[in-house]
Design a protein. Structure first.
Length: 466
């Protein structure tokens, strides 16, 4: 919890404001639940949550925190049954402290919910393969449906798990009943798809809205970096490209060795199929999709690290499950590396891009503007980036959007004159449509906060020659 507290108290960023009353209220909430690009379960939960617990920064992040901790509890329970208490403790300790899960369990997004429900669904499938009872069928179907209603990314893990689980049942069946053994798994998968069918049909009609221009290509190098560096250190150790390359070269062979030890231990415990399917399947599927899109000449891209969040628990299992002395020593070194990386992420690297871009300090900016001289006058704020967080932190401010390619200072003065403002602040967001340094105002001081730069014009600047 100590590692997570600083992140839980940071300013809300754009996506998180969607989980507050600024957006999730009245007719707007219904529109989001039915038309938003994301699956609706998380937003529906948050719409109820904020009416009970409020929409403060801490309040809207608590569900993600609980989902992250719940994921660790699920994995610990599965590992204890399949691998023993020693491996369960190592794996839970790493998950508790690894920067990737520390970050996403403190953000009001559906990422932690996706991780929890997908992990639950995969563990339910593993139980179904071991114990083909009616109860296991129902639990597998329900858990899978909840995962899909939380995030379609869960299908990246569910589909390979269904396929590999079916093969496992066929291989271990006798000659007389081999074809009937996958029946319960097939029934469970069918139940999941039927329960999720309304959402799948709806999203199929909105597929053109599912793409994002910030997504990238997934190839072999990106896969190695994701597994060896991003999931283990959260990119907190190395910020420049030479150091990132050095981290990749050092950590890749060690991760490969640890994964090999983990696979051997899992095979001896007869528990390897599901972690392997849940790790290799999503990566392979997204890699194939990326290559097909590139080969077809499409400009659509599908990869960002959090799109593969579903692999995190099973990467941890394979990385730390080795049961030899050397494997256990290296496993605890991975835990120490994750601890150091998380500490760096919340201290020396708190303003740098690590697991994701840092939360811009919208709260601090809003407080500064509200306490500045002239705050009781009509004040406007303009930026090329969306200013939704200011509707949460400073609802009295008038907001304006600077169109692409327009001189920001000229546009600020035009809006100041047109809307009758007494002063206007121009804001540049470092990681979202930033204003180039040469376009910043040079007639006065530029104020800086984490992720933000801002400068002010007043009515005396209307005649300035910009």
């Amino acid at each position: 919890m100590f590692i997570r507290l600083p992140l839980l108290q940071q300013s809300l960023w754009y996506d998180e404001v969607w989980r507050t009353r600024v957006v999730l209220s009245g007719e707007r909430a219904w529109e989001i639940l039915t038309r938003d690009v994301h699956a609706p379960l998380y937003n529906a939960f948050m719409a109820l949550w904020i009416r009970v617990a409020g929409d403060s920064e801490l309040s809207i992040r608590i569900p993600s925190l609980l989902a992250g901790l719940g994921t660790i509890a699920l994995v610990h329970s599965w590992c204890r049954r399949c691998l023993g208490i020693g491996a369960a403790r190592r794996i839970a300790a790493w998950l508790l402290i690894t920067p990737f899960l520390v970050w996403w369990s403190t953000q009001a997004k559906n990422t932690a919910f996706t991780l929890f429900f997908t992990t639950w669904a995969l563990i339910a499938l593993d139980s179904l393969v071991r114990d083909r009872t009616g109860r296991a069928v129902l639990l597998g179907a329900a858990a899978g449906a909840l995962a899909i209603w939380t995030n379609l990314q869960s299908l990246l893990a569910l589909v390979p798990a269904w396929g590999v689980g079916g093969v496992m049942l066929l291989r271990h069946g006798g000659s007389s009943n081999r074809l009937s053994r996958p029946g319960p798994l097939l029934l469970s998968a069918t139940g999941t798809l039927l329960l999720a069918a309304p959402l799948l049909i709806l999203k199929a009609t909105q597929i053109e809205h599912l793409t994002r221009d910030y997504l990238g290509y997934l190839g072999p190098l990106q896969i190695l970096r994701l597994l060896a560096v991003h999931l283990t250190t959260g990119e907190a150790l190395a910020l420049t490209e030479p150091w990132k390359l050095a981290a990749l070269l050092v950590l890749t062979p060690v991760a490969g060795l640890s994964l090999t030890w983990g696979v051997r231990s899992l095979r001896r415990a007869n528990a390897a199929w599901m972690p392997l399917a849940a790790l290799v399947g999503p990566v392979l599927l997204l890699w194939v999709v990326s290559e097909v899109l590139v080969a077809s000449g499409s400009q659509v891209r599908v990869y960002q690290p959090r799109n593969l969040v579903v692999i995190l628990p099973w990467f941890a299992v394979l990385l730390l499950a080795g049961d030899g002395m050397r494997a256990r020593v290296v496993a605890w070194l991975w835990v120490l590396l994750a601890t150091g990386s998380s500490v760096l992420m919340i201290t020396l690297r708190r303003d740098a891009v690590t697991v994701d871009v840092p939360n811009p300090a919208w709260r601090e900016f809003a407080r500064f503007v509200n306490e500045s001289p002239g705050a009781r006058q009509r004040v406007g704020v303009v930026s090329p980036a969306p200013l939704l967080p200011l509707r949460y932190y400073a609802p009295a401010l008038d907001l304006g959007q600077i169109p692409p390619g327009v001189d920001p200072n000229r546009e600020a003065l035009r809006l100041l004159n047109e809307r009758g403002w007494d002063q206007v602040w121009v804001v540049s967001v470092d990681h979202w449509l930033p204003i180039a340094p040469h376009e910043a105002d040079t007639h006065g001081p530029i104020a800086r906060w984490r992720g933000l730069r801002a400068w002010r014009h007043d009515r005396t600047g209307l005649d300035a020659d910009y």
